[in-house]
Design a protein around this ligand. Structure first.
Ligand code: CUA
Length: 347
């Protein structure tokens, strides 16, 4: 090969490599990582991207070089010279991809294994919260987070202490949902009848969106919550306030307000007494007007709307949006919810 050809090929490769690298680096492709797992996934992403840029530069340089240097003249109808195989070349273009693909598999396998690893807290560990387990329940169209290690405190936002490994145990009450926090870098399905797991070690304080990423019904697009990563002391204070305020010392079962949250009502409705601000379903602060439109006494209307949601559908909302699964609520819980809603909407 002539020296001039080598220089041309290298120059073309440098140009194409630089162009591809600019596209990779100048555009923000990924959200800023907020967990150790996302950092590892980002590493795999950039490892593979670097290999892709090198191969793209090589292939593009050879193609463009060939197009200009081996171009046939306008009147040249002759066949090209016969070319036989080139054993050395074939060995190289088999061996190089084999090495690259093997390297990618090894890096990916190591990252997957480390991302699923849950460290056990050693006795007398400086961080007694580790490992933290959170039960995540998905249903149309809300998320509920429960902390079995902390008196079953429940929350409609995912609260996590920073730098603490947490294991999410996901389940679904009705259909398939999927848990996704882009900044944490992972997705995991929530499947009825199964418990799936996801390990997260948040590395910076902040609030990030929790998104349902499995088409699960009419309210899918708005099945969102928030993940709030807080300092360890703030988290401990929150847990303490939950355990003091929520269950008022045994007996009586869960409060109506916590029933409202644990059944996911706050995922779709606005209701001041429960601090709910969603707008997928009708505003429950206006239940009195809605009962009037439906032509029914308030409490009867509320009860019917929970167990048989399609009997009356508020104008402006599609039929079938409210899940019918609440017909199975225990009588005592249903009674508690009805009086909670009736009392709150009269305020
Ligand atoms: Cu739940 Cu989409």
């Amino acid at each position: 090969m002539r020296r001039g050809s080598v220089v041309q090929l290298v120059a073309l490769g440098a140009v194409f490599g630089a162009a591809a690298a600019a596209v990779a680096l100048l555009i923000t492709w990924l959200p800023r990582s907020a967990s150790e797992q996302a950092d590892r996934i980002d590493f795999v992403f950039w490892f593979v991207t670097a290999i892709c840029i090198a191969i793209f530069a090589l292939v593009a340089a050879v193609i463009v070089y060939a197009v200009f240097n081996f171009r046939a003249g306008p009147d040249d109808d002759s066949d090209g010279p016969p070319v036989h195989g080139h054993t050395g070349l074939e060995i190289v273009w088999t061996a190089v991809p084999a090495v690259l693909v093997t390297a990618i598999s090894i890096v990916s396998a190591v990252v997957l294994a480390r991302n699923e690893h849950v460290p056990r807290a050693a006795a007398g560990s400086p961080n007694p919260l580790r490992p933290l387990v959170v039960d995540v329940t998905a249903q149309q169209f809300a998320w509920l987070f429960k902390y079995p290690g902390y008196g079953n405190a429940t929350s409609s936002t995912l609260r996590l202490p920073v730098h603490t490994t947490v294991q999410l145990r996901l389940s679904a009450l009705d259909v398939l949902h999927s848990f996704w926090v882009p900044e944490f870098g992972q997705k995991q399905d929530a499947v009825p009848g199964l418990v799936t797991k996801l390990v997260i070690t948040p590395k910076r304080v902040g609030t990030f969106p929790v998104i349902c990423t499995e088409l699960c019904g009419l309210g899918h697009a708005v099945m969102r919550s928030e993940a709030e990563v807080m300092t360890t002391s703030k988290f401990a204070a929150w847990v303490k306030s939950q355990n003091e305020g929520g269950a008022s010392g045994g007996g009586g079962g869960p409060s109506a307000k916590s029933l409202f949250v644990s059944n996911g009502c706050n995922g779709c409705h606005t209701f001041k007494s429960a601090g709910a601000k969603a707008d997928i379903g009708p505003d429950l602060d206006k239940l009195a007007e809605e009962a009037q439109r439906a032509g029914k006494p308030l409490e009867e209307f509320i009860r019917e709307s929970i167990v048989n949601p399609n009997a009356y559908v508020e104008p402006g909302y599609p039929k079938g949006l409210m899940p019918g699964t609440f017909a199975g609520l225990p009588q005592a819980q249903l009674d508690a919810l009805v009086s909670f809603l009736a009392a709150g909407s009269k305020q």
